[in-house]
Design a protein around this ligand. Structure first.
Ligand code: FES
Length: 139
């Protein structure tokens, strides 16, 4: 799949896993570890990677563990929470199912166990792309 046609997974790098003790400032946050794990796997998959990944600083979903957002133009965009660094493979599997979905909707039964109850919300992806267009035009 061409890189520009892949869904994009945004991973918050400043999240802490729900219920975890704060880490010292010199240790990476759970969100950074999750992003690093996903990024390593995506790089290893190369052209076979079903998604792209990009870091984000805070989705304003901080009380719900590590958070990530999956988006592709023309589909619903989804945010997941209550996850942690161990869910890198599951996020990629979810991203593959999302990529194969016409609307972006992936039923619970089609998501890995760890993500069956992790959806926080969704919005039409075109709203994000319209916002980007408005922002780009202003610059
Ligand atoms: S720090 Fe990750 S959502 Fe706020």
């Amino acid at each position: 799949m061409a890189e520009s046609q892949r869904p994009k997974l945004f991973v918050c790098t400043t999240c802490r896993k729900a219920g975890s003790d704060p880490r010292p400032d010199d240790e990476p946050r759970d969100g950074q570890m999750l992003y690093d794990a996903v990024s390593e796997r995506i790089t290893a998959l190369g052209a076979d990677a079903p998604i792209e990944v990009e870091p984000v600083v805070c989705f304003a979903n901080c009380d719900h563990g590590c958070s990530a957002g999956l988006i592709q133009d023309g589909k619903w965009a989804y945010m997941v929470g209550r996850i942690g660094p161990d869910e890198a493979d599951d996020l990629i599997a979810y991203g593959a199912a999302y990529a194969n979905s016409k609307t972006g909707a992936v039923l619970r039964s089609g998501r890995p166990d760890s993500l069956r109850h992790a959806i926080v919300g969704r919005f039409p992806a075109h709203l994000a792309f319209q916002t980007a267009t408005v922002k780009d035009a202003a610059e």
